[in-house]
Design a protein around this ligand. Structure first.
Ligand code: H76
Length: 481
């Protein structure tokens, strides 16, 4: 008997190895140590189809967090909560029935989808991620699977539909944010502890499937689903369902992209499966933070998208922005460029007011970012990690043989150090308005690039044209050291 068990175990291990070897690992676990997964990554490495290239080349997007939470704006029964405004229901322990009474006040008279789309266009964002439904459960579209939707408010109109139309008209892609966790649904469970939980949660997953199918068929121009609220045990125990959702949406909407946050594997491992492979099309773990430009270069191996708030941590509209530090436009631009320099996208969040307009701080910031992008966008759109050693003056981005030096810290010396690998030789440096910039080789593959004379205080960009040299000259130089 013992022998038989042992043989069985050995067989299992052998089979596991064989199967794992077919699925070659790009990093982390050596192939022979990989385990078999039914619901792990279904692809190794980046996607390279046209839809993914489009997603990647956009680089800059906006987030819109808009829901009932905009109405109280962080205040409940006279008390102002400094936590994220879209979580107020939770901070103030408001029962769902009571929270949903806010629907009677949903009447954004100043809402104008065309204006929103123009604002996004002016800012230079290439896509907008909209909260179709946040954790509270209120839907910005007239879903037939719940009563908690825009259709049952005084405003009545399909906000999401209007936005999709208006953004698309401006040539801006629309991405759907969707929270799986739904505080309004009686069948939602944080964990599965009994058969009853299991049955209820099955119903909940069916409801969620229905809503997702509804979104995909009502708004077929949607380019991406960004899932959130997927961290609970209940979902981790149902990894199969996350794999199913990804497949279902991809069948309905060819080319659609999906974030890693949706996914959990057979063992409840999220974002990256138990073998260390990214699930979904791009990593969505960088929320209000960014990778370290020196230490975390591994992120350049996969696609990723970061998102950020303008105050410290407010996504939905909060009436009092004085409660935390509010980033200025240069800080926002620096984060955008930082992301691109490491091969990622950046999404800047807006939380519209309950009346449908944007607060003046957000309008001003969008304008300032847009002004800079109009002049310098070349160093963001279509750009990627440059593969050069990070320097203190700022960030490199790259598009083919054009390397962009995006300067956020001006050195007193007025020289910008550049170090290139042997096979790369700078041949010319110009400002984005075409002025020639002096480049001096100081030592082997190290250069000094002169800061242009008329710098007016904004972060600026120098385009460094490089050529790939055939080793001989460099080998000679290397021999001298
Ligand atoms: C936690 C959390 C949520 N994820 C961010 C993108 C916001 O939606 C926030 O409420």
């Amino acid at each position: 008997m013992r022998n038989r068990i042992l043989t069985f175990v050995l067989l299992l291990v052998a089979c596991g190895n064989l199967c794992a070897q077919q699925k070659k690992s790009s990093d982390l676990l050596p192939a022979e140590q990989e385990i078999m997964l039914k619901y792990g990554a279904d692809r190794l490495g980046k996607r390279h189809d046209a839809a993914m290239e489009r997603f990647r080349s956009h680089r800059l997007g906006a987030f819109i967090h808009w829901g009932l939470y905009a109405i109280p704006g962080g205040e409940w029964n006279g008390k102002v909560y400094n936590g994220a405004a879209e979580w107020l229901k939770s901070w103030a322990n408001v029962p769902s029935e009571e929270w949903m009474k806010l629907m009677n006040q949903w009447n954004p008279q100043r809402f104008d989808a065309t204006k929103w789309a123009r604002m996004a266009k002016e800012m230079g964002v290439k896509y907008v991620k909209i909260t179709t439904k946040h954790h509270e459960g209120f839907c910005l579209w007239p879903s037939k699977y719940t009563k908690y939707t825009v259709a049952n408010t005084p405003y009545k109109k399909d906000i999401l539909g209007e936005l999709v139309k208006a953004y698309n008209k401006e040539g801006i892609d629309v991405h759907f944010y969707f929270s799986v966790m739904d505080w309004s649904h009686p069948d939602y469970r944080y964990d599965i502890k009994s058969e009853d939980d299991e049955i209820a949660f099955r119903r909940f997953l069916e409801f969620t499937d229905n809503q997702l199918k509804e979104l995909a068929s009502l708004y077929p121009t949607v380019k991406d689903f960004w899932f959130d609220g997927t961290w609970d045990e209940s979902i981790k125990k149902n990894g199969w369902w996350t794999a199913h959702v990804e497949q279902m949406l991809k069948e309905m909407l060819p080319g659609v992209t999906i974030n890693s946050r949706l996914r959990a594997d057979d063992y409840g491992k999220r974002h990256f499966d138990s073998n260390g492979h990214l699930m979904g099309d791009y990593e969505s773990g960088y929320e209000r933070r960014l990778p370290n430009p020196v230490k975390d270069l591994k992120v350049t191996k996969w696609d990723w998208e970061a998102c950020m708030t303008i105050p410290e941590n407010q996504w939905g509209y909060h009436k009092d922005w004085s409660l935390s530090y509010v980033k200025n436009s240069v800080e926002v631009l620096e984060r955008i460029v930082h992301a691109v320099s490491m091969g990622g996208n950046m999404v800047v969040n807006f939380g519209p007011q309950p009346d449908g307009d944007f607060r003046h701080e957000e309008k001003e910031l969008a304008e300032a970012v847009g002004r800079w992008m109009k002049k310098n966008g070349e160093c963001v759109y279509g750009c990627d990690y440059a593969g050069l050693e990070k320097q203190d003056w700022g960030y490199y981005t790259r598009n083919g043989n054009d390397i962009y030096m995006v300067v956020f810290n001006l050195p007193f010396s007025k020289w910008l150090t550049v170090k290139t690998p042997k096979e790369l030789k700078p041949v010319e440096a110009v400002t984005l308005d075409g002025q020639k910039v002096e480049v001096v080789e100081t030592t082997n593959n190290e250069y000094n690039v002169k800061v242009p004379e008329k710098i007016i205080g904004d972060p600026f960009v120098i385009k460094l044209k490089v050529e790939i040299v055939n080793g001989s000259v460099d080998k000679y130089k290397a021999a001298l050291t």
